[in-house]
Design a protein around this ligand. Structure first.
Ligand SMILES: *[C@@H]1O[C@H](CO)[C@@H](O)[C@H](O)[C@H]1NC(C)=O
Ligand SMILES: *[C@@H]1O[C@H](CO)[C@@H](O)[C@H](O)[C@H]1NC(C)=O
Ligand SMILES: *[C@@H]1O[C@H](CO)[C@@H](O)[C@H](O)[C@H]1NC(C)=O
Length: 672
């Protein structure tokens, strides 16, 4: 390029050349975004990079089967749902302005058998989701995306392109695509009849789809043709959507699908590729470009604008003082309330709610570690501060509900409430700090594998059982926990279990234990923890807590998440189904976490696994009760007899001839 620099303008020239080189570098780097491509699928080769969620998902015939394939006769094809997701998340945005553009390209086949004739349904969807879970009971119209409880809720954080083969009241017909935001009721739909495309024709047909998102213009486009034909010039669907408003910053890509009853179909994905901007790089380079190209004055101006904006925002946020005072008074009057704290002290204790102090994210809010200094700065106390999310409309009610229950509960296996704060519309609860964090971390983090030896696991389960027993039977009101899962079980310095997060607990007698009434979104939906009947009744009961406990027992013994499928003889099973299968094959002890080696007590392991299965009984009245569980764990009562095949879920569940309060009967109602 420029070879001779000979006059006084040389320094400027050098600067310009440098800029050119930098900008050039920027373009080169930005042109190699994260990318993956599957040209057909093979379980051995590709299984590790994908997450199979739901019991019917598999790779068969070189394709992803999002719902069961015909070669897979068990379970049936009706009322199935599943997701297969790419295991690694991607950064979707950094700010409103900086969002990742992506292109995805895939080939689908929605197969409808003609002999015997199937009436095709329900549909397949390309999906962006915040995690690797699936809502329970997402069959039929819910497409593996949502369910009757969480449909439409912002907390779903999903955006999807649906390929829908069954008409619902909100659909244009039974052959359309749609853009779905947190709901199966699409934001935009396009009938494929107008494009000569039939999603599930009599002659099986592969379709190729392109989904483009431009992070700058925020336009999402979908192109679709019969596979083998060139990409059309115009998209079928084009819609402006600011993804940052809907999806989690780190999100996963994949597919969801469902079948109904009687309508069924096979939901296959034959090929799939995705490329997406690498945002970390892009943001660095953007600053570089601005810095180099436009110069320091503009940057200074931008910073000034930013400061002004933040200042204004802060001033606007100060409203709602009246309501705040009223609630504060209400709280102070609650009998036996623990200490009230000042917001500014908590802010200081948590280093201004700094990210590095974050302990986790529970229902309704974020939990931070706090260090409270004594007045004389000689001693300090560690606490956990739960900061309720402000934009949740229900926050105030959630807060009061949580308080009225937990401030009166006292048990050595429950996390203790030590204080509260309500100022300027900000809600906070303070708990004892649990130095060993939550149980799930220890079960899944490789570096922690030695911390959870057999003794500790046994003690943890005994602790949880005794806490549940207290909630269900010993406290003056019956209390259901509703959200029992490994991430809600905390560990003190001796690895004793402490049950936390009573955000969902409700005293049974005040009729406020309906999931739907609470308007909870996504919360009672982590696959595998919620009892099947809850999706019909929408109510949490002691029996549904027992179901959740069963899931936790299996999780603790096997170190496997209840929502994630397990490959067993080339079939994928849910955790419960897998353990049940091993039980049937007479080798249930093979389910024990292999990292324990031989370092566990065989009889105890078998006992706990069988107890886990008994609690996972699909029929609520056939599950053991908490007082039995407590006795089984402490060895004063034998384990119930678990049949070799998992009983089927029936609804309405059959009324048993015996009262469910008769403990000796309910713990032995299994028969084979
Ligand atoms: C999948 O890949 C493995 C290893 O590369 C190979 O042995 C196996 O035959 C493949 N399976 C199918 C069904 O192609
Ligand atoms: C679907 O959404 C539209 C608006 O987006 C609303 O008017 C309609 O009532 C919804 N239908 C159903 C059945 O929820
Ligand atoms: C994305 O949109 C911006 C602004 O409209 C446009 O300049 C850019 O070319 C688009 N990018 C692609 C890859 O189409």
């Amino acid at each position: 390029m420029v070879t001779i620099i000979s006059n006084g303008k040389s320094s400027i020239t050098i600067f310009i050349i440098l800029c050119c080189i930098l900008l050039h570098l920027a373009d080169i780097q930005a042109a190699t975004p994260p990318y993956f491509s599957f040209d057909g699928f093979n379980l051995t080769e590709d299984g590790d990079s994908l997450e199979f969620i739901g019991s019917g998902t598999s790779i068969d015939n070189g394709a992803l089967q999002i719902t069961p394939d015909t070669t897979n006769n068990d379970p049936s094809l009706h009322n199935q749902f599943g997701r297969i997701m790419y295991k690694h998340p991607f950064n979707m945005w950094l700010s409103d302005e900086i969002q990742a553009s992506f292109n995805s390209n895939f080939v689908i086949n929605i197969y409808r058998n003609t002999a015997p004739a199937w009436n095709a349904g329900e549909g397949l969807a390309f999906l962006i989701a915040p995690d690797l879970s699936i809502p329970d009971a997402s069959y039929g119209q819910w497409l593996g995306l949502t369910n009757a409880i969480n449909d439409g809720k912002q907390t779903n954080q999903i955006v999807a392109i649906e390929f829908d083969t069954e008409k619902q009241e909100y659909d244009p017909n039974d052959n359309h695509i749609g853009l779905n935001i947190n709901s199966v009721n699409s934001t935009a739909t396009v009938s494929l009849d107008d494009y000569n495309i039939e999603l599930s024709p009599e002659v099986p047909t592969n379709y190729r789809v392109w989904v483009h998102y431009n992070g700058t213009s925020k336009v999402m486009e979908v192109y679709m043709v019969q596979d083998g034909q060139p990409k059309p010039e115009k998209p079928l669907l084009s819609k402006t959507i600011n993804l940052k408003e809907y999806v989690n910053q780190k999100s996963y890509f994949g597919f969801a699908a469902s079948t109904g009853n009687p309508q069924i179909e096979l939901n296959c994905v034959l090929k799939w590729s995705l490329e997406i901007d690498d945002l970390q790089k892009k943001s660095d380079l953007l600053w570089l470009k601005i810095g180099a190209g436009v110069g320091v004055p503009l940057v200074t101006l931008l910073i000034l604008c930013g400061v002004l904006y933040l200042y204004k925002r802060k001033r606007r946020g100060g409203g709602g003082d009246e309501e705040s005072k009223a609630l504060g008074t209400q709280l102070r009057w609650l009998p036996g309330m623990p200490r009230e704290f000042k917001y500014k002290d908590l802010k200081k204790a948590t280093n201004n709610f700094h990210e590095s102090m974050m302990l986790g994210q529970g229902g309704f809010g974020v939990v931070y570690k706090g260090i409270l200094q004594d007045k004389d700065h000689k001693t300090s106390t560690e606490i956990a501060v739960k900061k309720f999310s402000r934009d949740s409309i229900q926050s105030k009610d959630d807060f009061l509900a949580e308080l009225t229950i937990i401030h009166r509960l006292r048990h050595k296996h429950l996390v203790r409430l030590v204080g509260w704060c309500y100022e300027k519309g900000k809600l906070l609860l303070l708990y004892d700090f649990m130095p060993n964090g939550s149980l799930d971390k220890h079960l899944y983090e490789a570096s922690n594998q030695n911390t959870l030896n057999w003794r500790r696991r046994y003690r943890i389960l005994a602790g949880v059982a005794s806490a549940l027993h207290y909630l269900h039977n010993e406290y003056d009101q019956k209390v259901v926990h509703r959200d029992l899962k490994a991430s809600n079980i905390l560990l003190d310095s001796d690895y004793n279990a402490r049950l936390g997060d009573f955000g969902l607990a409700r005293a049974l007698d005040n009729e406020r234990n309906s999931y739907a009434e609470l308007g909870l979104a996504g919360v009672p939906g982590t696959m595998g923890y919620v009892a099947p009947e809850c999706f019909h009744t929408g109510r949490a009961t002691p029996e549904s807590d027992v179901y959740g406990f069963g899931a936790v027992v299996l999780e603790v013994i096997c170190s496997r998440s209840p929502g994630i499928s397990i490959n067993h003889h080339q079939r994928l099973y849910s955790l419960v189904d897998w353990v049940w299968m091993l039980h049937r094959e007479g080798k249930i002890e093979e389910a024990v976490d292999e990292r324990l080696g031989n370092d566990y007590v065989d009889d105890e392991a078998k006992k706990l696994l069988l107890l886990g299965l008994a609690c996972s009984h699909p029929i609520a009245s056939d599950r053991p009760q908490t007082q039995d569980i407590f006795q089984i764990i402490s060895g004063t009562m034998p384990v119930p007899n678990v049949p070799p095949f998992k009983p089927a879920f029936t609804w309405p569940s059959m009324v048993t001839a015996f009262s469910s309060s008769d403990s000796t009967l309910t713990s032995t109602t299994f028969s084979s």
